[in-house]
Design a binder for this molecule. Sequence first.
Ligand SMILES: Nc1ncnc2c1ncn2[C@@H]1O[C@H](COP(=O)(O)OP(=O)(O)OP(=O)(O)O)[C@@H](O)[C@H]1O
Length: 206
Amino acid sequence: MTFGARPVLQDVDLTVTVGTALCLTGENGAGKTTLLRCVTGLVEPDAGTVRVFGQRPDETATFWRRVATTVEQPSWYAGLTVREHVELVRLASGADPGDGRIDHLFTALGLHPLADSTPDTLSSGQRQRLLLAVVLSRPSGLLVLDEPEQRLDAGIRQVVAGQLRDYLDAGGSILMASHDPSLVAAVGCPVLALDTASAPSTSGAP
Ligand SMILES: Nc1ncnc2c1ncn2[C@@H]1O[C@H](COP(=O)(O)OP(=O)(O)OP(=O)(O)O)[C@@H](O)[C@H]1O
C-alpha cells in the first residue's frame, strides 16, 4: 500500500491456516490495521493478493457470513438495548438467539447488568465488551480483531483470551493485531511483527 508518498505493507506474505491464530504486532503506524482492512476487503491493496477461504474479500453476504471483525466500529441502533443488539445479530446470522450462547457470552464478559441499557449509555470499555459479544455471538470461520484489548481492564482481557481460545478449539481462525503481550500469550498464538518499513519478522511459527 502507499498513502501519498509513504509506503506501508511492502513485502508482506502471511498465511493463517484454518483453525489457527496469528497476531500482528508492531509500533504505531506499522500497518497492522491497514493489513486487517485489506483482509476484510475494506481497502484494496495497490498490489499483491489477498485470499480469504480461497476467495477475494468482497462485500457479499457470503463473505461476511464467514468473517466477523472489529476493524470497523459498528453504528448502534437508537432505542435498541445491549441484549437486543446481540440478539439481532445472532438472528440475522441464522442462529438461535435463545439457545444460551448469548447468556454464555454475557456471563463471561460481564454484560448481564448492562443488558437493558442502550449502547450510548455505556463506557468505552463496556462498549468494547459489547462489540466483542456481537462478533462472538454469530457463527463465523474467521475473526479479524483490531486490538481486542482496547479499553478493557486486565481481568476482562484474560476472559477475552479464553473466549478466543474457545473459538480456536471450535475450529475457527483468528487474525488479530494487538499491543498486549499478555493477551497474546494467553491466546497462545504466534506473532508476526511488522516494522515501520513493513518488512515482517516472525517469532513463533505462523
Ligand atoms: N486512509 C489513510 N490515509 C492516509 N494514510 C493512512 C490511511 N490509513 C492508514 N494510513 C497510514 O498508514 C500507516 C499505517 O497505519 P495503520 O493504522 O495501519 O497502523 P497500525 O500499525 O495499525 O497503527 P496503531 O498501532 O497506531 O493502530 C500510518 O502511517 C497511517 O498514517
